[in-house]
Design a binder for this molecule. Structure first.
Ligand SMILES: [Zn+2]
Length: 310
């Protein structure tokens, strides 16, 4: 930070007093700006993860290769591997910075998202493995039955996932009494836990971790089997109160992805926390956590972050 302020003052001096201002100085200014916003974004992302996985992420550590999260099992998960990835590479090997990069919109869509806009669709497998289980056996031992809403379905009990599904389903059952579409969509659940890979990839589906639910299915639900036109119709059919209820309980909706998966809701507290508290840009003189409701735990996370990163 000191270095950045020094470089800003230097640039200011050059602008004010120097007549031989060159594009090189301008480049330095731009670089300095990017560095600052990267630093702020990194702190916000780290706080987001600590808030989203409170019992599983217990600290951070700054090493030569970058910043790592320390898990309760004493594993290290890198924040940013600094690799530039295309969307396929992000599907296979996203780090924390990748999964939080694209803002997840809290408003209802007015059409299908752009083909390559997939907020909340990338997953960090080292995080999922650590929190929900590394193998079919380990995940299975963390599953509990949840009424969704009429039959019992298996969901992962870790990090509050099963509890969140139960809460969402209770509310949706209530809403179904006055909204026929809600009743129809949650009336025939397609499935939750299923130890399988994502079609066309070698990577595990979030269903394999027991953190995703597919509600009533329709032929136009999935980007691979449907035209975009039919997919858009299906997305727009979904009632706002259903989507909002899932999001309130920290589920992202596949209907907001360019690679749409409309019946799919996935428990991803980090995506919703980031959307709620870090969607507004922060000015240079403002506190980077100014939108977060402070309590003792969150203050402690901020102290850890400031202590390690300055
Ligand atoms: Zn699904």
């Amino acid at each position: 930070m000191k270095r950045i302020i020094a470089s800003m003052l230097l640039s200011l001096n050059l602008l004010t007093f120097s007549s031989n201002f060159t594009p090189v100085d301008l480049e330095e200014d731009i670089k300095c700006d990017t560095e600052m916003s990267y630093d702020i974004k990194m702190k916000q992302d780290i706080l987001t993860i600590m808030m989203a996985y409170p019992d599983y992420i217990i600290g951070i550590e700054k090493g030569n290769e970058g910043v790592y999260f320390i898990t309760a099992k004493d594993e290290k998960i890198i924040y940013d591997d600094m690799q530039v990835k295309n969307s396929e590479q992000k599907m296979n090997n996203a780090d924390i910075q990748d999964i939080l990069e694209e803002p997840y919109p809290l408003e209802m869509p007015i059409g299908l998202a752009d083909v390559n806009s997939d907020p909340g669709r990338y997953r960090c497998y080292s995080l999922l493995n650590s929190v929900y289980g590394k193998s079919e056996y380990e995940v299975s031992s963390n599953l509990v039955g949840v009424y969704a809403p009429y039959n019992k379905y298996q969901f992962n009990k870790n990090n509050g996932a099963a509890e969140a599904l139960e809460g969402a389903m209770k509310e949706l059952k209530g809403l179904a009494a006055s909204n026929g579409k809600v009743g129809e969509l949650i009336g025939s659940i397609n499935g939750t836990f299923n130890y399988r890979v994502i079609s066309g990839t070698g990577k595990l589906s979030p269903h394999a971790y027991g953190i995703a639910i597919d509600i009533a299915s329709n032929p136009s639900d999935y980007w691979k089997w449907s035209t975009r036109e039919a997919g858009e119709k299906r997305v727009l059919y979904y009632p706002e109160e259903l989507v909002k209820t899932f999001e309130k309980y920290n589920f992202v909706w596949g209907g907001k992805w360019g690679h749409f998966d409309t019946l799919h809701f996935e428990y991803r507290p980090e995506i919703l926390i980031k959307a709620k508290y870090f969607s507004e840009p922060i000015g240079e003189s403002e506190q980077w956590y100014k939108q977060v409701p402070l309590n003792e735990n969150i203050q402690e996370y901020i102290n850890i972050i400031e202590g390690e990163l300055g």
